[in-house]
Design a protein around this ligand. Structure first.
Ligand code: AMP
Length: 249
């Protein structure tokens, strides 16, 4: 079966994000970009399915600027077979991305689509769910274990009360949680091989999808700086301050 993994180019998780002085967004000038960590887990899971002989082909897809080819090459170096870049320089909302991914799903007909549970730039946690609604596929979100069994996939999900296992009919959508697997590092020979793997670029128009936004960003602000704490000398003083100054007890 064909497995598709959706990946996003984001600011590297080690970078301290700065807001632009004019408040129009996050400053991306000279900032290190990377594959979203949850998407790396999605690619790893897809590649493992191929290594187990369950998947026959792993296709990675991203919606983003031309520079997102870099992240597609990373995914190819991790073991994906082929990549698709839906090229758009615009900052697209989750619904537009989900519609574009749906168009790619229609074209590619994967049996399993794996996404990250969230992108660490906007923390939206909604693209996978939107894609499931648009395609009508079953969804298993926040997966910590994925097991394909015949025409079903059993997904163990991390939920507030513990673990829940759902059996989904294929084709299905899975979103990855942190504990699903530990992604491998790409080896140098695989990085070299990835340069020769096929990478197709398509425009949103060619997929027949309008990416007109339904929302606009008014302002981006850094969180307010926290004021310094104070040290107290005794428990009695702490209780007195919590009661009379902070008035929380
Ligand atoms: P989000 O809903 O934005 O938190 O993203 C959740 C997941 O959806 C990500 O981990 C990706 O797998 C997928 N996704 C989000 N944005 C994109 C994009 N521009 N291109 C491809 N996949 C995306």
């Amino acid at each position: 079966m064909k497995v598709m993994a959706a990946v996003k180019r984001v600011v590297d998780y080690n970078v301290k994000v700065r807001v632009k002085a004019d408040g129009t967004g996050v400053d991306l000038a000279n900032v290190k970009m990377a594959l979203n960590p949850f998407c790396e887990i999605a690619v790893e899971e897809a590649v493992r399915l191929k290594e187990q002989g369950i998947a026959t082909e792993v296709v990675v897809v991203t919606v983003g600027p031309a520079s997102a080819q870099e992240q597609l090459r990373t995914a190819l170096a991790l073991g994906a077979d082929r990549a698709v870049l839906v090229e758009s320089a615009d900052e697209l909302g989750s619904l537009a991305v989900a519609k574009l991914l749906k168009a790619v799903v229609d074209k590619e007909q994967p049996q399993l689509v794996i996404l990250g549970k969230q992108a660490i730039d906007s923390d939206n946690n909604q693209t996978g769910q939107m894609l499931a609604a648009l395609t009508g596929f079953a969804q298993g979100t926040f997966a910590s274990r994925v097991e394909v069994a015949g025409d079903k996939v059993n997904v163990t999900r991390e939920i507030d009360g513990g673990l829940q296992t759902v059996a989904l009919n294929l084709p299905a959508i899975v979103t990855t949680d942190l504990r699903l697997n530990e992604p491998r590092y790409a080896s140098l020979p695989n990085i070299m091989k990835a340069k020769k793997k096929p990478l197709e670029t398509v425009a949103p128009d060619a997929l027949g999808v309008s990416t007109a936004s339904t929302s606009m960003t008014l302002k981006v602000e850094a969180p307010a700086a926290r004021s310094a704490g104070i040290k107290v000398k005794s428990v009695a003083e702490l209780v007195e301050k919590l009661k009379n100054e902070a008035k929380v007890i």
